[in-house]
Design a protein around this ligand. Structure first.
Ligand SMILES: *[C@@H]1O[C@H](CO)[C@@H](O)[C@H](O)[C@H]1NC(C)=O
Length: 262
């Protein structure tokens, strides 16, 4: 076991040439013999690749830290893309470079989870982190490195929308017909049936004519067309602001939301 460890350290240190070019082995040289200006995946490391230069010589190139070889002129930068988009690790190849971390970035390039929030995540580019916010009721899923349905994010099952009402209806402040339905902490966007409006006092869909501020206009068109806008946008027949707030009130556009106890 000890010998294996020593060997692997020696082996990795052979490849510790950072971004500088190095002459490749005989197999890669053979690949380049017939093909000029080609690129080939490295046998063991996703984040290195072979490039055939103009004279047909194979050199080893390193992807930007955190990215993996994607193919000739493919990927985000210089033949490289996010490892999860090119399928690395793949059972044979792994990342060979050491991660160069910085504030909120595990590698210089990549998409990484937020330490305390399930709805936010970090996008890192050349070591600089930019915060991102998942839209609607989605949560960040680190398995797929993007926003996903809450059901698919086992570590973040509770969404801030449902923190006060894990099971039940939650008002969307600016909408008369849409509301959140929380089930076990998962929010789902719901819509009242035609002719009904969400009553913030009873937290139910009721006849629109009986819900203050949501009465249908006198010259009624088809009731189905009264609100097609997004839940975050004010609807044409939005509630008047003087409406008494309810304890369950939640502003979907609110930023800086954090999960309780997470
Ligand atoms: C990355 O950032 C460093 C400074 O931190 C800068 O010198 C370098 O040019 C940047 N590289 C790219 C590809 O933007």
């Amino acid at each position: 076991m000890k010998y294996l460890l020593v060997l692997s350290i020696l082996f990795v240190s052979n490849f510790d040439f950072g971004h500088s070019q190095a002459r490749a082995g005989q197999a890669a040289q053979n690949l380049c013999r017939n093909k000029q200006n080609g690129v080939f995946p490295h046998e063991e490391y996703c984040d290195y690749y072979y490039e055939c230069d103009a004279s047909g010589e194979a050199v080893i190139e390193a992807c930007p830290n955190g990215l993996a070889f994607a193919g000739h002129k493919r990927g985000l930068v210089t033949n490289c893309d996010y490892p999860h988009r090119v399928g690395c690790p793949d059972g044979t190849r792994v990342m060979g470079q050491q991660p160069i971390g910085s504030d909120n970035c595990q590698w210089q390039y990549g998409v990484f989870p937020h330490a305390t929030s399930c709805t936010r995540y970090w996008h890192c580019w050349n070591g600089t982190a930019t915060i991102q916010q998942c839209p609607f009721s989605l949560l960040y899923n680190d398995v797929i490195h993007s926003c996903d349905w809450p059901d698919n994010v086992p570590d973040c099952q509770k969404h801030p929308i449902c923190k006060d009402v894990p099971n039940g209806a939650v008002l969307i402040e600016k909408s008369c017909v849409r509301y959140w339905l929380c089930v076990g902490g998962y929010p789902r966007l719901q819509r009242c049936p035609a002719g009904l409006a969400f009553n913030p006092n009873t937290l139910r869909c009721e006849l629109a004519t009986t819900v203050q501020g949501c009465e249908p206009p006198p010259t009624t068109a088809a009731p189905d067309e009264e609100e097609e806008s997004d839940a975050n946008k004010p609807a044409a027949n939005s509630r008047p602001q003087q409406q008494a707030p309810t304890p369950q009130q939640f502003r979907p556009s609110q930023s800086g939301v954090r999960l309780v106890g997470k």
